[in-house]
Design a protein around this ligand. Structure first.
Ligand code: ITT
Length: 198
């Protein structure tokens, strides 16, 4: 069965493609689609945004679609950047400018108050069916960026049980424990139970 990943983020697409290994899907990305598709995400929750992205691509392609909406929630900042993680530092935000802004906001905050978690909501939309799953990875924020793997806030986030940041883990290590892999584990269970067959 064909399945489209509704993301313009190539790092996310790569992680998700890896998770589909061994499952009976022909996984496609938006780059495989004939026309460019704009992903609107103007909701205030991860659920709303993930569904919105998956629905847009399903309406355009008529194929089964998986979308991810995710972000970093910092407890000291009452959950920010949260759903606004991608554009935290404003229009034209880059991973680097977002990391700089976050570090500035957290300057001087002691380690015990630097708890944070990544959250991923996955939405799958097929003909007449919609499902959501969620995964969380808890940890804390470092004081400076470390590591070059991955994307986004990876250089700042140290998952529980590790002394390295997400960006210092290999892709395999990150994919074993990440918020997105945990969300996908729940999605895989649903797919294996035949959710798409009704
Ligand atoms: P699409 O909407 O096209 O999927 P996006 O990057 O805009 O791509 P989101 O709106 O879901 O996706 O924003 C997620 C942001 O949260 C992402 O840009 C990063 O800043 C951060 N983020 C999410 N997962 C992450 C991860 O695994 N590592 C580092 N940062 C992550």
């Amino acid at each position: 069965m064909k399945l489209v990943l509704a993301t313009h983020n190539k790092y996310k697409a790569k992680e998700l493609q890896t998770f589909f290994t061994g499952l009976p899907f022909e996984v496609m990305t938006l780059e495989d689609m004939p026309d460019s598709i704009e992903l609107r995400e103007d909701g205030y929750t991860f659920n709303d945004n993930a569904l919105q992205k998956a629905r847009i691509v399903h309406q355009t392609t008529n194929l089964t679609v998986l979308a991810d909406d995710s972000g970093l929630e910092v407890f000291y900042l009452n959950g920010r950047p949260g759903v606004f993680s991608a554009r935290y530092s404003g229009a034209g935000a880059t991973d680097e400018s977002n990391n700089i802004k976050l570090l500035e906001e957290m300057r001087g905050v002691p380690p015990r108050r630097r708890r944070a978690q990544f959250r991923s909501v996955l939405a799958i939309v097929s003909d007449g069916m919609e499902k959501l799953t969620e995964g969380i990875c808890s940890g804390f924020l470092g004081e400076q960026p470390r590591g070059t793997n991955g994307f986004g806030y990876d250089p700042l986030f140290i998952p529980d049980g590790f002394s390295r940041t997400y960006a210092e883990l290999t892709a395999q290590e990150k994919n074993k424990i990440s918020h997105r892999s945990r969300s996908f584990d729940a999605m895989r269970k649903m797919l294996e139970q035949g959710f798409l067959n009704g």
